[in-house]
Design a binder for this molecule. Structure first.
Ligand code: HEC
Ligand code: HEC
Ligand code: HEC
Ligand code: HEC
Ligand code: HEC
Ligand code: HEC
Ligand code: HEC
Ligand code: HEC
Ligand code: HEC
Ligand code: HEC
Ligand code: HEC
Length: 483
């Protein structure tokens, strides 16, 4: 593609030398506006017209000739009406050339063409050999506005409609990519972003803020702005920008906290595809903060068992009544850290103690009990480990016992999940299972150590006996010799 462009540039350079392009005495426009055609009417409000660019800037020809035959002759480089991919090449002659843009005193970037042809829209379409989009699909051909002009089809509040002309059209989309959903716009309108955008606020995210404009990639492409490992950065461009968000009075610490959380570390540092990015909890197009009742559903898409247990727990109804958000109340939302036993119980730092402070309440007693149960599991596991290590150091075979340690770890995992039943009885049943294995492992380790000593004592005794026997033999032999 680049090579093609390089060929085009010298051919057109003559016609694009600014004296041919600029409309000092623009006969194209003069004649066409006298004809009162649609194009020249629109062109009167076009940014190119305002920059002094003539019709010939795109169509070629000689804009100084009053004679239409001359002005619009092939010999003068008139190209007629560009079609298909040619349209994009026409725009690229200026917009992909730094030299050309500078000659108009413009400091705009010149990457639109390169980005577009490498984007999902830049590839050939399935129904014709031309690209899916060209520059005029989004910008129009005559009446092009600065992208900061509210009348531009790519001004923030118009973008959702511009993209949805295709992306919301089932018949159109089916001919290109039947597997692609067509509900982005409808969902978008239900989000906080979409609601504000449709009321005329250009700041909340719209299609191009999340996907890009010229460089849009398929969402499964690792270079896509919405690919999981890139997405938090895409959201944080706005949500971490205090100045940009000032008028909205919501915190701007979500990314910072998320990056520190188990989830953020797992995704951004360990590249764990199972860890949530912002959209796992907030949705893609219906981005809204999950409501109080739906938080456990959001978390439950991954932590299914925790959510199920929570739903069956006494907290379900109690939290609903008081309007506490479910998982978030104990784990927070963005800065979720590894859960520890310290969360349980009635110490000052424990989450239970925040609500269960009355020593006579069931909640208090249960919290206390659950903590001491899980601590006892840890304690017995710890003492089993100490003994197993001792036996191993003494050279005893501990493979079997170590398997039991794994079983204890398994029970520990179950226990931590079972917390969410907030049912001390069920909790105790599982902990007991672990205590039994722990006791078993401890006994096995003790036995191994005992055996070690037994063998050592046995060895000592037998060495002693053998020595004694040898000495006796020696005396006996001496006695015989003397005789
Ligand atoms: C003296 C009048 C006159 C001048 C000067 C003139 N045009 Fe035209 N142009 C016309 C007329 C008349 C038509 C034919 C309209 C039609 O067919 O409906 C036309 C048609 C066109 C078309 C459509 C061609 C097609 O194939 O459909 C383009 C594009 C165009 N002109 C661009 C230009 C450009 C660029 C210039 C200056 C380099 C220019 N014109 C100068 C009168 C003029
Ligand atoms: C910024 C580039 C650009 C400029 C400047 C421009 N055009 Fe066009 N014009 C196009 C493109 C691209 C098309 C191809 C059709 C489309 O994409 O809408 C086109 C199409 C046309 C057509 C055919 C419309 C049709 O429906 O078939 C006419 C006529 C025309 N232009 C006339 C003009 C006239 C007259 C001017 C100056 C007043 C002008 N153009 C300035 C890019 C331009
Ligand atoms: C899929 C829609 C779409 C297509 C196709 C498209 N643009 Fe854009 N363009 C946009 C949007 C949206 C913006 C607004 C700025 C942004 O969000 O990056 C923009 C901005 C621009 C700007 C302002 C400077 C900048 O880069 O932000 C220029 C110039 C521009 N486009 C030229 C082009 C050219 C030339 C082509 C063809 C090679 C093209 N555009 C194709 C959507 C599109
Ligand atoms: C003859 C050179 C030339 C051609 C051809 C050309 N442009 Fe431009 N375009 C410019 C210049 C110069 C500007 C003004 C840049 C500025 O204000 O810094 C501009 C501005 C724009 C802008 C507004 C950018 C902004 O400031 O927000 C858009 C959008 C745009 N062009 C799109 C197109 C499209 C689409 C085509 C093809 C149909 C096209 N241009 C063809 C030279 C050209
Ligand atoms: C707040 C950011 C955001 C906004 C705004 C947004 N998207 Fe998306 N979009 C996403 C994310 C995230 C995905 C899904 C990525 C994934 O599946 O991994 C996505 C997926 C898509 C897909 C792929 C099919 C699908 O639905 O999963 C298309 C097409 C799409 N978006 C188009 C649009 C259009 C059109 C708009 C504007 C109406 C828009 N998007 C607005 C973030 C956004
Ligand atoms: C001319 C119609 C058209 C317009 C306008 C358009 N798109 Fe597309 N877009 C498509 C088609 C067709 C595909 C599917 C390409 C394929 O999968 O082969 C696509 C693909 C995409 C994808 C990739 C989906 C995936 O993961 O496979 C995203 C994201 C996307 N478009 C976003 C946008 C955004 C954002 C805009 C507006 C700035 C936009 N599109 C404007 C037609 C369009
Ligand atoms: C272009 C800037 C921008 C981008 C990018 C962006 N947002 Fe927003 N977002 C906003 C603005 C502005 C608001 C409106 C604040 C308000 O009043 O709620 C908002 C609101 C929200 C809200 C509702 C907050 C509330 O309590 O009202 C959520 C949730 C949200 N964004 C999530 C996301 C996610 C997730 C992403 C990335 C997929 C994202 N945003 C990308 C600008 C952005
Ligand atoms: C593990 C799920 C989860 C992840 C991941 C997540 N959020 Fe949230 N987010 C929530 C919950 C839950 C709320 C609070 C909802 C409530 O209390 O009503 C929230 C609230 C918000 C709000 C509203 C303002 C606030 O801070 O309370 C914004 C904006 C937001 N999140 C943006 C983001 C962004 C940006 C990211 C990615 C960097 C992100 N979230 C990642 C679950 C998540
Ligand atoms: C997309 C899936 C997904 C979603 C949604 C999700 N998580 Fe996670 N979560 C994970 C993964 C994966 C890990 C393990 C990260 C690691 O340690 O490497 C994890 C870890 C955790 C941990 C630490 C576990 C431990 O061993 O201490 C807690 C607590 C947690 N998540 C709570 C939540 C809460 C609360 C929500 C909802 C607000 C939530 N998660 C939403 C996937 C998810
Ligand atoms: C009342 C406080 C509380 C609520 C509400 C709560 N948790 Fe927990 N969560 C805890 C405690 C306490 C632990 C375990 C501490 C430990 O390691 O001993 C824990 C541990 C976890 C773990 C790590 C253990 C495991 O199962 O892998 C995850 C994940 C988790 N919670 C997710 C959730 C989810 C999802 C929800 C909402 C459905 C939720 N939590 C609601 C207190 C709570
Ligand atoms: C945000 C406040 C809050 C937190 C934090 C909290 N609880 Fe509760 N809990 C309640 C409420 C409200 C009830 C309803 C009965 C009541 O008022 O005591 C309840 C009830 C219970 C019950 C049932 C009591 C009964 O009467 O049968 C148990 C058990 C319980 N909580 C355990 C815990 C444990 C364990 C933790 C810490 C991991 C914890 N709670 C953290 C608010 C909380």
């Amino acid at each position: 593609m680049k090579r093609k462009l390089l060929l085009i540039i010298p051919i057109f350079f003559f016609y694009f030398n600014p004296s041919n392009v600029l409309a000092a005495d623009d006969q194209c426009y003069t004649c066409h506006s006298a004809l009162e055609d649609k194009e020249s009417k629109l062109f009167a409000g076009d940014i190119h017209f305002k920059k002094g660019i003539s019709c010939s800037g795109c169509h070629g020809g000689d804009n100084s000739s009053e004679d239409n035959e001359v002005a619009m002759s092939k010999a003068k480089g008139f190209i007629g009406v560009p079609k298909g991919d040619k349209i994009t090449e026409v725009c690229a002659k200026c917009h992909a050339s730094e030299k050309m843009m500078k000659s108009f005193g413009s400091k705009l970037p010149v990457n639109q063409y390169d980005n577009l042809i490498n984007s999902v829209h830049g590839k050939s379409s399935t129904v014709s050999s031309t690209r899916i989009v060209n520059c005029t699909t989004c910008h129009t051909a005559h009446g092009i506005k600065s992208v900061k002009d509210p009348l531009s089809p790519v001004y923030a509040t118009n973008i959702p409609k511009t993209c949805s002309k295709c992306h919301g059209d089932a018949n159109y989309m089916r001919t290109y990519n039947p597997s692609l959903a067509i509900d982005q716009y409808t969902k978008y309108l239900t989000s906080v972003h979409g609601k504000l955008n449709s009321k005329g606020d250009p700041k909340p995210a719209q299609c191009a803020s999340c996907h890009g404009s010229h460089d849009i990639k398929p969402v499964k492409d690792i270079k896509s702005k919405v690919y999981p490992v890139n997405l938090p950065y895409t959201c944080s461009k706005c949500h971490s920008n205090k100045e940009y968000m000032a008028q909205y009075k919501i915190p701007t610490d979500q990314f910072e906290k998320y990056a520190r959380s188990v989830h953020g570390k797992a995704l951004l540092e360990k590249n764990d595809p199972g860890a949530p990015a912002c959209n796992s909890c907030h949705g893609n197009h219906g981005a809204a903060p999950p409501g109080v009742e739906s938080i456990s559903q959001v978390c439950g898409t991954c932590h299914a068992l925790n959510a199920e247990l929570f739903s069956g727990s006494p907290h379900k109804a109690a939290f609903e009544k008081k309007g506490y958000p479910e998982c978030e109340t104990c784990h927070s939302n963005h800065e979720i850290v590894t859960a520890t036993n310290k969360m349980l119980g009635v110490d000052k730092g424990a989450v239970c103690f925040r609500c269960h402070q009355d020593q006579n309440s069931n909640g208090y007693k249960s919290s206390l009990m659950m903590r001491s149960l899980i601590d006892s599991l840890d304690d017995t596991k710890q003492s089993a480990i100490v003994l197993i290590n001792e036996a191993e150091q003494k050279g005893m075979d501990v493979t079997e016992v170590k398997f039991k340690l794994r079983d204890i770890n398994q029970v520990k995992l179950e226990t931590r999940t079972q917390v969410h039943s907030f049912d001390p009885k069920k909790f105790k049943d599982i902990v007991d299972k672990g205590l039994v294995i722990s006791a078993d492992a401890t006994a096995d380790a003790k036995l191994a150590i005992h055996e070690y000593y037994f063998r050592r004592v046995g060895l000592g005794v037998s060495v002693f006996l053998i020595s004694l026997l040898a000495f006796g033999l020696f005396l006996f032999l001496r006695k015989i010799e003397k005789k």
